[in-house]
Design a protein around this ligand. Structure first.
Ligand code: ACO
Length: 399
């Protein structure tokens, strides 16, 4: 035996998602702010989004998606060497949400850290996982995007509160000498746009105080038009650069999985790449913008709904605050059928994120949402599985 082995490559071996049950429709928002379904659908494509229940947190949603991805990969939690969690809505400033997830999924070994690159965070974390895996520093990396945005929205600001929702998605990136896997990465950061999407207070520049809260500076603020311009200018070029680094042309990519911010932005990407819309995966009508969770939720749904086959080239691409953008072109190598069983193997109620012993938070549901829920329960009990998925998937696994 010589020690001349093939270079290590980064393959996606597991994927999973979790979205909360409660649905906030455009009709619900009409009762809260001066807006209407027609405006929201025509300007954004969003029809509804999910809202985390009071007992849910970014860590709890992340843990469900993560364990599903681990089960899909056919691994045990302790096979994971590194946990990367992309979020702009961590449970706490410290510890990292990734550390809480490590405990909740029952992993004893991994290093764990959060990644901050807003809506591009999952792609940034994915690229970090690729670097660890191809350098031999880690064999299996868990990459999570998880957000609880509905607790950081001003429900009197109709230009932002209609856009965002909650959820989590995750993948396992594994080392292998087999060809395929992640082939080309492109990341950009343009700090000229730093204050186009931001959360002004709560950090070192403006620590939380009565004044910052009174001024609503703990809520997300956004210059919509400037952000829109950045997104339409950057998404297609970032995707194309990643595709070229993979040695491919855009037409070689069977499915683009873009950040789910706005249908008009995705249409502009398709136009920029000179591709039809059926090459773009879209689920923002059901979830709105879930920031760092958007790409991994969409990836899991695309694979589980039969849109991705072994040997397909896919491209995940995102943009977000910073301004940041990121794309990864991946040759898919995992059996798509594994995802549905992986999802069904883990119920949300299986997950427990340990709380501090001597501290209890105040009610985390924003008053405007709480009032609406009390008056007109949003609780449409839908299962958190891909629509159209056979119910028998649960019974088979639990039998
Ligand atoms: N309902 C009704 N009217 C509204 C609403 C609403 N929810 N929101 C804004 N309007 C009004 C405005 O007040 C304005 O009225 P005026 O003409 O009388 O002043 C009019 O609609 C047009 O407003 P615009 O802001 O120009 O609307 P636009 O077509 O640009 O759509 C939107 C706004 C949807 C926010 C769009 O700019 C957009 O999608 N931008 C990108 C946002 C984005 O993707 N952000 C995510 C970043 S990712 C991250 O890192 C968090």
């Amino acid at each position: 035996m010589t020690n001349q082995s093939a270079p290590l490559r980064a393959h996606v071996t597991g994927w999973g998602r979790y979205v909360p049950e409660q649905i906030l429709t455009n009709a619900d928002l009409e009762k809260m702010v001066d807006t209407n379904d027609e405006w929201i659908v025509s300007r954004t494509g969003i029809r509804e989004r999910r809202v985390a229940a009071a007992h849910e947190t970014t860590a709890s949603m992340a843990s469900v998606a993560a364990l599903r991805a681990i089960r899909t990969a056919g691994l045990d939690p302790d096979d994971i060497d590194l946990i990367l969690l992309a979020t702009l809505t961590p449970d706490y400033w410290m510890p990292s949400t990734a550390a809480l997830v490590k405990e909740a999924i029952g992993n004893q070994r991994a290093a764990a850290m959060d990644v901050a690159a807003a809506c591009s965070g999952f792609v940034y974390a994915f690229s970090t996982a690729q670097a660890y895996v191809t350098s031999g520093l880690a064999k299996h990396v868990l990459v999570i995007g998880a957000e609880l945005l509905t607790r950081f929205l001003d429900y009197t600001d109709r230009s932002t509160c209609i856009l965002f929702g909650d959820g989590a998605g995750a993948v396992v990136v594994s080392a292998s000498e087999e060809p395929g896997g992640s082939l080309g990465i492109e990341l950009t950061t343009e700090p000229q746009g730093a204050y186009m999407i931001w959360l002004p207070a709560g950090g070192a520049k403006s620590p939380p105080s009565r004044e910052t809260v009174a001024r609503g500076e703990h809520y997300i603020r956004m210059e919509g038009r400037e952000t829109y311009r950045f997104a339409t200018r950057t998404l297609a070029s970032t995707a194309l650069e990643s595709v070229r680094k993979a040695g491919l042309e855009a037409s070689d990519v069977s499915l683009f999985i873009p950040h789910q911010a706005n249908i008009r932005i995705i249409e502009a990407v398709a136009k920029g790449l000179d591709l039809p819309m059926d090459r773009m995966f879209v689920n923002l009508d059901r979830y709105g913008n879930t920031s760092a969770a958007s790409v991994p939720i969409a990836l899991a749904e695309a694979v589980n709904s039969g849109r991705v086959a072994i040997g397909d080239n896919i491209c995940i691409v995102a943009f977000g605050a910073g301004f940041t953008s990121g794309a990864a072109t991946i040759e898919w190598t995992a059996d798509p059928a594994r995802g549905i069983a992986g999802d069904a193997a883990v119920r949300a109620s299986d997950i427990h994120v340990r709380l501090p012993l001597d501290w209890d938070s105040v009610d985390p549901i924003p008053p405007a949402l709480a009032e609406l829920m009390a008056r007109d329960p949003l609780n449409v009990p839908l299962d958190d599985v891909v629509p159209g998925e056979p119910e028998s998937a649960h019974r088979e696994v639990h039998a």
